[in-house]
Write a protein that binds this ligand. Structure first.
Ligand SMILES: [Ca+2]
Length: 317
């Protein structure tokens, strides 16, 4: 049994990632911690509960995390995921925030990991604020994790939010810096350029969304806006290659739950630029070992895309 904590800022790809986790056999989600990001925190909380409701898994505890970055100005990705983070489609049946746990996210992460030492894989697919706070509260927290999977950062200075900055890292660069510096557990990173190279053909998206289930109908509704955006001319400046739907967060999640998914990876020490006028929030890869870091991260370079598609298909069944 793989035990997971998911740290999310639930937009469309977070929703897809949560649904893949729920559909994967032998995976147990011990908690979902929410962070500001794609949309303001209250929307993230509501969206997360909406996804769990569609999957009939409101028994999974959801925790309120940080509503703003450590130092940076708050930024959201409303133009892509919609103002509400899930494509701006009305949902009168959305669960209320009274379902949230009382414990705050960073504390909950620490508690869960203390109860399951060395057994929990943390999948972080939002700005890394909650993780940075958790390690401030308990510096030994990372050493008690089994592994950390991150969606964020970039390898070739290609940005999707600033010229050189990927959204999750650039939204809270200080948090990303702290996490890459102090999380010395095995760390796997699904970067922006990698996810662009692994994007899903539109023909697959049609197949994925046209399944005759309640989950597929929900996904079709919430992803309509971002799929349209992904086909716009503006968006072509962001992606590094080719057409298709880039389910960023799901790559990190799928790699965390399926050990056979990653086919090529590279081990290198990483950090984040905090001061550059154009490069603040950019991930820095220290191939020259100038940083003298003992801990290196695994940069995901390639995955088995057919396995990945199958996991997505199964998640809406
Ligand atoms: Ca996300």
């Amino acid at each position: 049994m793989k035990k997971l904590i998911l740290d999310v800022d639930t937009g469309v790809d977070d929703a897809q990632a949560i649904m893949v986790a729920l559909a994967t056999p032998d995976v147990e989600i011990l908690g979902i911690t929410c962070c500001h990001g794609n949309t303001p925190l209250d929307n993230v909380l509501k969206n997360t509960l909406r996804v769990l409701k569609v999957c009939k898994r409101l028994d999974i505890p959801v925790y309120r995390g940080c509503s703003m970055p450590i130092l940076a100005q708050t930024k959201n990705a409303g133009d892509y995921h919609g103002k509400d983070g899930l494509g701006d489609v009305p949902d009168p049946g959305a669960p209320g925030l009274e379902l949230l746990q009382k414990t705050k996210a960073a504390r909950a992460m620490i508690n869960i990991v203390n109860e399951n030492p060395k057994q929990v894989t943390l999948v972080a697919v939002a700005p890394l604020t909650n993780l940075a706070v958790a390690v401030q509260l308990d510096p030994s927290f990372p050493s008690k994790l089994n592994a950390l999977y991150i969606m964020g950062g970039n390898t070739e200075s290609r940005g999707n939010t600033t010229s050189c900055g990927e959204f999750n890292f650039v939204t809270d660069p200080e948090a990303a810096y702290i996490v890459l510096d102090r999380y010395t557990c095995p760390t796997y990173i699904a970067t922006w350029e990698f996810s662009c190279r692994s994007s899903l053909p539109w023909s697959f998206c049609d197949q994925y969304l046209s399944q005759k289930t309640e989950k597929a109908a929900f996904m079709k509704k919430i992803s309509a806006l971002s799929m349209k955006k992904a086909q716009s001319a503006d968006y072509q400046n962001e992606v590094t290659e080719g057409q298709g739907f880039n389910s960023c967060d799901t790559y990190a999640l799928a790699a965390a739950v399926n050990d056979a998914l990653i086919t090529v990876k590279e081990e290198v020490a990483v950090t984040v630029e905090l001061n550059g006028a154009h490069t603040r929030g950019m991930m820095v890869l220290d191939y020259m070992e100038q940083l003298k870091k003992k801990h290196k991260a695994f940069i995901i370079k390639k995955i088995d895309l057919e396995k990945f598609k199958q996991m997505l298909m199964n998640s809406l069944k």
